[in-house]
Design a binder for this molecule. Structure first.
Ligand SMILES: [Zn+2]
Length: 319
């Protein structure tokens, strides 16, 4: 399914209107209490809502001309250097989050599990250190079906790692990836991604909760269409605490490149133009409404605030 401009504008319009009622719930500008429990484990107290950011590790890849599709390599290297980072590699962190909201304990995205780089797959370890038992997770909510987000749900032995959780997936994401004809026609480079979706989800086909992006999926958890990175990529607004939290998943990849330069497209964006429009729309909204922002590939604790800077934005992590 390649999304048409018209479809995108329609879903994009929903972003602006869905949340008018929500502004009363939050209290923008209040600083939440932030506790670094251990490296890679950060707790944010939002009153009735508690957020625990849990590192799943990171993956360091050599920078090549293909990583940013639409910018010269020299400019990309300069952006990394300007952030004080090595210019020949990109370090991509992975940070799922657990949110206690509305009587539920919700995990957003499940990490790489036993299927990623040796430097990834730390989620369960960090969850244990944070005192969060896997059996206490009542819902696992997925933003999209890329392997670094879904593989941690099921281990190599074939077992679901969060045995008591209901599983929530965006319906357009499910429909796109689980289409057998599309899988059969996929280029070689995408075969692994299709196989991962089946390994993780096929045994759950009858029990998984498929939601329409835009719906409230749990009390205090609203989904938002954020298409582009993948056909069904979805963001989430978490309400009921002292400040509203937007989890925008892979709306950007690493911040020094794609928060600072929101018109740049990472190689993983499946519809770069739709992803670009989504990125600017969500970023502008987060700034306008003073939202807390969490993102799967953001730096530090991967939760913080966004500000305008030049033609792009700057992310300031809380820790
Ligand atoms: Zn990702």
């Amino acid at each position: 399914m390649s999304m048409t401009r018209r479809q995108f504008l329609f879903t994009g319009a929903a972003i602006g209107t869905t949340w008018l009622g929500g502004s009363l719930a939050g209290c923008a500008g209040m600083s939440p209490r932030v506790t670094t429990m251990a490296p890679g484990i950060t707790r944010i107290d939002l009153g009735a809502v508690a957020v625990t950011m849990l590192s799943d590790g990171a993956f360091s890849r050599p920078l090549d001309a293909g990583f940013v599709r639409n910018a010269p390599l020299a400019e990309v290297q300069a952006a990394l250097a300007a952030a004080g980072l090595p210019a020949d590699r990109v370090e991509v962190p992975f940070t799922p989050l657990v949110v206690d909201v509305g009587g539920q304990r919700v995990l957003f995205d499940a990490g790489n599990g036993e299927f990623g780089a040796a430097t990834a797959g730390r989620l369960l370890d960090n969850m244990g250190k944070a005192g969060i038992d896997t059996t206490s997770i009542t819902a696992v909510v997925f933003s999209h079906f890329h392997g670094d987000h879904i593989n941690g749900l099921r281990n190599k032995a074939g077992n679901i790692v969060f045995p008591k959780a209901r599983i929530f997936v965006p319906r357009p994401e499910w429909d796109w990836w689980m289409d057998d004809a599309r899988q059969a026609a996929a280029p070689e480079a995408m075969k692994g991604a299709f196989a991962a979706t089946r390994r993780v989800f096929l045994p759950l086909a009858s029990s998984v909760q498929k939601f329409e992006p835009g719906a409230e999926i749990l009390p205090g958890v609203h989904s938002l269409p954020a298409f582009g990175h993948t056909p069904g990529h979805t963001a989430f607004m978490i309400e009921g605490g002292s400040q509203r939290l937007l989890y925008w998943a892979d709306t950007t990849n690493v911040a020094p490149l794609f928060v600072r330069n929101p018109d740049w497209a990472v190689m993983f964006d499946m519809d770069p133009e739709a992803a670009r429009v989504t990125r600017r729309k969500l970023a502008d909204w987060a700034i306008r409404d003073g939202l807390l922002l969490a993102g799967y590939h953001l730096p530090g604790a991967a939760i913080g605030t966004l500000a305008r800077r030049g033609n792009g934005y700057e992310f300031a992590p809380l820790a």
